[in-house]
Write a protein that binds this ligand. Structure first.
Ligand SMILES: [Zn+2]
Length: 256
């Protein structure tokens, strides 16, 4: 017998103890921390034209586009600054799981707040021309740590994470952020039990959950949950019951 820690707090917990062998056990199942690995690769911060590079006197790179162009976090992490700043007008800083910090300036709209957890590629702001700026652009910086006073070359920083400027948001392969568990897990076209099955996962699979949404209530493996994860690479949705995380709704994942 083994006790599973998949409490799925918002779901109805029917049974916490199941006979070994009835539930496929994955690495990390027995009492280990939830699997929520950081994205290993970076995401494109925004679409646009590089109008100024990194040089002495300019700690970042400028990417220009229309006002309102979406700006994305280049990696998973925690928002440590989101507010106004002289020069920048508004700025956001994100501390990533590898200790590095990325910084975004001049936005006219900020969509994240301090202490918020963000995923790689998550929408965080919209491009503006606030502060000392001659037109709508993103000023992007990368820092070695929260202690650094000068940015490092942001082009090299992004390139080391698989992002080469100019870049297209959403392209490439985002890092995985969760792992599924169980066997014969059905991926459906819509978050409904009667939706077409687009594929079946035969075992634990590292996935990138882009967003989650409320769908049909599912009862399986001793849990009932109506939250579903959208996994673009698999072309559909799986019930959150089969995402290896104790919460019914995954932390840091937007609603679809
Ligand atoms: Zn700049």
């Amino acid at each position: 017998m083994r006790t599973l820690k998949r409490t799925k707090s918002m779901g109805l917990l029917v049974a916490t103890v199941v006979a070994a062998g009835l539930v496929p056990l994955t690495a990390g199942t027995a009492g280990a921390a939830p699997v929520a690995a950081a994205a290993a690769t970076g995401s494109c911060p925004t679409a646009g034209t590089v109008t100024q590079g990194y040089h002495s006197g300019h700690d970042g790179v400028d990417i220009a586009n229309n006002r309102g162009t979406p700006i994305y976090s280049t990696g998973a992490g925690t928002v440590i600054v989101s507010g106004t700043a002289s020069g920048y007008g508004q700025w956001i800083r994100i501390r990533h799981d590898d200790g590095t910090v990325t910084e975004y300036g001049h936005m006219y709209e900020r969509l994240v707040s301090v202490n918020q957890r963000v995923n790689s590629g998550q929408l965080i702001a919209r491009m503006g021309s606030e502060g000392q700026s001659t037109g709508p652009h993103l000023h992007f910086e990368a820092h070695a740590s929260t202690a650094s006073t000068r940015g490092m070359d942001p082009v090299s920083y992004l390139s080391a994470r698989g992002v080469n400027l100019p870049c297209t948001p959403g392209s490439g392969t985002p890092g995985t952020n969760f792992t599924t568990w169980g066997t014969s897990v059905r991926v459906r076209q819509e978050p409904r039990l009667n939706a077409a099955v687009v594929r079946t996962l035969t075992g634990p699979t590292a996935v990138y959950v882009q967003c989650q949404t409320r769908g049909d209530s599912v009862t399986a493996e001793g849990h009932t949950n109506d939250a579903w994860s959208y996994i673009p690479a698999l072309g559909g949705y799986i019930t959150n019951i089969y995402i290896d995380h104790p919460a019914a709704w995954l932390p840091g994942v937007n609603q679809c």
